[in-house]
Ligand binder design. Structure first.
Ligand SMILES: Cc1ncc(C[n+]2csc(CCOP(=O)(O)OP(=O)(O)O)c2C)c(N)n1
Ligand code: SF4
Ligand SMILES: [Mg+2]
Length: 280
């Protein structure tokens, strides 16, 4: 009896698969060694995963894995400590800046950063954040602003846009009743302890590159002990915004940036940057 192989046309059997040599390929992507090699729990297209990677790329590029301590928040990114392969400490909701203050004061040679959402930082944690920056704590605050409480199913946050529908503002945020969205970066930049404040996004390739640059600068500035760095990042929440990731990216360009314009808000003075050293 004939096998299926015998029934195949001979030409199909003669086609040789190309032999690929690894060195012929250009490496265009690698997962930083500073990340744990596990799947993340985030929804598809969520900005949290991308920003985790950017932070960990900077830590890898600067070769400071052993010297970096991150503070994880409460919110969708509560498990950041499972993904970032560095020393991490979980903080209660809103308390990351207070925890970071203690760690940095005890170990001033470490690079210390908090990673916080807008519910965490701008609602329950706004007092801790403001006081830490006012004191000029030498920490980096990475502030993920996605305009909702993502983890708890999309309630209105202090940063929810005027008119934006959320589960607790089903007719759209009425600013005469709830107040206007808080512009955290502009507010905090007023404080004397703020050294570097910028607002970036990650909804396009260029925006991702700029965000990585901002994070790089903020980590380097920590060597100077001259105050707090705040990198606000306009994130997204496709699930609670009820959009596809592509629609969410468009929404950022068309709506979010009207309230939260991107760019540097407070830059260090040139004379303050003289003593930055290359870590690697
Ligand atoms: C003291 C306290 N209050 C409230 C909660 C409930 N809670 C958990 S996550 C969250 C909001 C998180 O939103 P955000 O910080 O914006 O993070 P996202 O999930 O959007 O990334 C709240 C209110 C809690 N865990 N602890
Ligand atoms: S609920 Fe929103 S913020 Fe949370 S993981 Fe999903 S998309 Fe990201
Ligand atoms: Mg949020």
């Amino acid at each position: 009896m004939q096998t299926e192989e015998h029934l195949l046309p001979t030409t199909a059997l003669e086609v040789q698969a190309p032999v690929c040599q690894e060195e012929e390929y250009e490496l265009v992507y690698h997962k930083p060694e500073t990340m744990v090699d596990v799947s993340m729990h985030y929804c598809p297209g969520c900005a949290h995963s991308l920003v985790h990677k950017l932070i960990m790329e900077v830590v890898e590029d600067m070769d400071i894995q052993e010297k970096t301590i991150g503070i994880a928040p409460v919110g969708c990114s509560v498990f950041a400590y499972d993904y970032m392969n560095i020393d991490m400490q979980e903080a209660a909701h809103g308390r990351a800046c207070a925890v970071a203050t203690a760690i940095k004061r005890l170990m001033p040679e470490k690079y210390v950063f908090t990673y916080q959402g807008d519910g965490d930082l701008a609602a329950i944690g706004i007092a801790e954040t403001l006081h830490a920056i006012n004191r000029g704590e030498n920490i980096l605050i990475v502030f993920m602003n996605n305009a909702v409480y993502g983890m708890t199913s999309g309630q209105m946050a202090p940063t929810t846009l005027a008119g934006m529908k959320t589960t607790t503002s089903p007719d759209g945020r009425d600013t005469s009743f709830y107040g206007s969205p808080i512009k955290v970066a502009e507010l905090m930049a007023q404080l004397p302890g703020a050294f570097y404040v910028t607002r970036q996004a990650v909804n396009s390739a260029n925006a991702v590159r700029r965000t990585k640059k901002a994070l790089q600068h903020a980590f380097q500035y920590q060597q100077l002990h001259k105050g707090t760095c705040l990198v606000e990042i306009i994130g997204n929440c496709p699930s609670n915004w009820k959009m596809t990731p592509l629609e969410a990216s468009k929404f950022i360009d068309e709506e979010m940036v009207k309230t939260f314009p991107l760019g540097d808000i407070k830059l260090p003075r040139a004379e303050d940057l003289k003593n930055i050293r290359e870590e690697n």
